[in-house]
Design a protein around this ligand. Structure first.
Ligand SMILES: Nc1ncnc2c1ncn2[C@@H]1O[C@H](COP(=O)(O)OP(=O)(O)O)[C@@H](O)[C@H]1O
Ligand SMILES: C[C@@](O)(CCOP(=O)(O)O)CC(=O)O
Length: 412
């Protein structure tokens, strides 16, 4: 199969449903990697989004797909997909579905790069699992994904992508089966009034669950924090197996996102920590436990911060100093478990020279670092820090935290 990127989208005539959804990326403020082992993490959505569109098109018997972030386009005959993947539908939680998709992608697109393969597998897994759990037939579709996030850099691009795909496919089946029932046994019916204007709590729970399953393909053993934040948005206290808790206070925090421009893959970094833990279980468990303590202390400090009024300037300063120190401790702990990088340390050093504190975020080994900007921080000094970082080849953007989760932006 050839890569036809970029497709001339004006060649397609839209004839039926038009669905566009978007979901934010995320930053982990504290607790990356330790969260995989059941420790506490604090994460927040950011103001950079992924967008997925599904359009029914006037092109007989074709599924056309384009992923801008990977500069990848491909087309399939629907008949082939039906024969191999959909004729005997399997629910999303079936191991056999994963094997079926694996073989299908290997056979039909053997020349994809490893990153492309992961994205294409996640796509087919969701498409087949979700459509296969409903009574609707696959019709000719154009599916496009684009993003403001740098993929594979620690800002949750993969979760943002799988959340959007899950949401767009859910909207498709909701709009085509107004009775709102999945047809496969074992799937609970969507109950309550059918709402085609926005996603309700029950929809969001499905989207979150499905994207978690697809994240497993891309990540290996995801903790679930990324898909939770990308689905629900906000600032979230997250521990695997417990209900996520929203934290309001941190929404006013400002953050710099600094791209080290060093490529890496989350899956490999998570595997590296697992290997360290296998070799040195006691050492690693103590380090992971310390990360848990860091997250707990940060959450306590943020809750103290939310109780102070704007006039307690000394107390506010003191808490921000503690948050900065805890960021540094967290960064050093992440270095100790093997997910640091020299460039990330350079970023943290440059920030420190300007009176700021930073840490790596997400999978590490490259990708992004983050820096909390204390309130009333000297604007000239902040500008200087940004200029110095840029002179060293790092890209810097300021972002808002705690934005909305997945949204239905167009439905026609
Ligand atoms: N917008 C997108 N379109 C297609 N695939 C994507 C997109 N965003 C992420 N991916 C997939 O997710 C992988 C990156 O995941 P990961 O290494 O976890 O990084 P991140 O920290 O950005 O989530 C990419 O290599 C690709 O396979
Ligand atoms: C390392 C980890 O804690 C976060 C990964 O974040 P990202 O995919 O690199 O954005 C893994 C996880 O929580 O699943």
């Amino acid at each position: 199969m050839t890569n036809d990127y970029p497709l001339d989208l004006s060649n397609f005539k839209f004839i039926g449903r038009r669905i566009q959804v978007s979901a934010p990326g995320k930053v982990i403020l504290n607790g990356e990697h330790s969260v995989v082992y059941g420790k506490l993490a604090l994460a927040a959505s950011i103001d950079l989004r992924t967008k997925v569109e599904i359009n029914e098109i006037d092109l007989r018997n074709k599924l056309v797909v384009q992923f801008d972030a990977l500069r990848l386009s491909f087309q399939y005959d629907i008949q082939k997909i039906n024969e191999v993947l959909l004729n005997h539908p399997l629910p999303l939680d079936s191991e056999d579905l994963l094997d079926r998709v694996d073989n299908f992608v290997k056979l039909t697109q053997p020349n994809l790069s490893p990153t492309e393969t992961l994205a294409v597998k996640a796509f087919f897994y969701l498409l087949i699992g979700i459509l296969g759990s409903s009574s609707i037939q696959l019709t000719s579709l154009l599916v496009t994904a684009s993003t403001e996030l740098n993929a594979g850099a620690g800002l949750g691009s993969s979760a943002s992508f799988t959340v959007c795909l899950s949401a767009a496919l859910l909207q498709l089946i909701k709009s085509k089966t107004p009775e709102g029932y999945f047809s496969i046994e074992g799937y609970k019916p969507i109950t309550g009034e059918l709402n085609l204007i926005e996603f309700n709590k029950q929809d969001l729970d499905w989207i979150c669950q499905w994207s978690y399953r697809a994240e497993k393909i891309i990540h290996g053993t995801p903790s679930g924090v990324d898909n939770t934040v990308c689905t629900f948005g906000s600032v979230v206290e997250y521990r695997k197996g417990s209900l996520p808790k929203l934290i309001e206070a941190t929404c006013s925090l400002k953050l710099l996102l600094i791209n080290s421009n060093v490529p890496r893959e989350t899956k490999k970094m998570v595997a590296k920590v697992a290997e360290y833990r296998r070799k040195y279980p006691k050492v690693l468990d103590h380090l992971l436990e310390s990360m848990d303590e860091v997250s707990t202390t940060v959450i306590d400090k943020m809750s103290e911060l939310s109780q102070l009024s704007g006039t307690n300037t000394d107390d506010i300063k003191k808490i921000h100093k503690s948050l900065a120190e805890l960021f540094t401790i967290n960064h050093n702990l992440l270095n100790s478990i093997g997910v640091g990088h020299k460039k990330l340390n350079d970023i943290v050093d440059i920030l420190a020279e300007h009176g700021l504190s930073g840490k790596l975020t997400g999978g590490g080994g490259g990708g992004y670092a983050i820096c909390l900007i204390p309130p009333k921080f000297d604007a000239v000094c902040l500008r200087q820090a940004v200029i110095t970082l840029e002179c060293h080849g790092f890209d810097v953007v300021e972002t808002k935290l705690g934005v909305r989760g997945v949204t239905l932006d167009i439905f026609a």
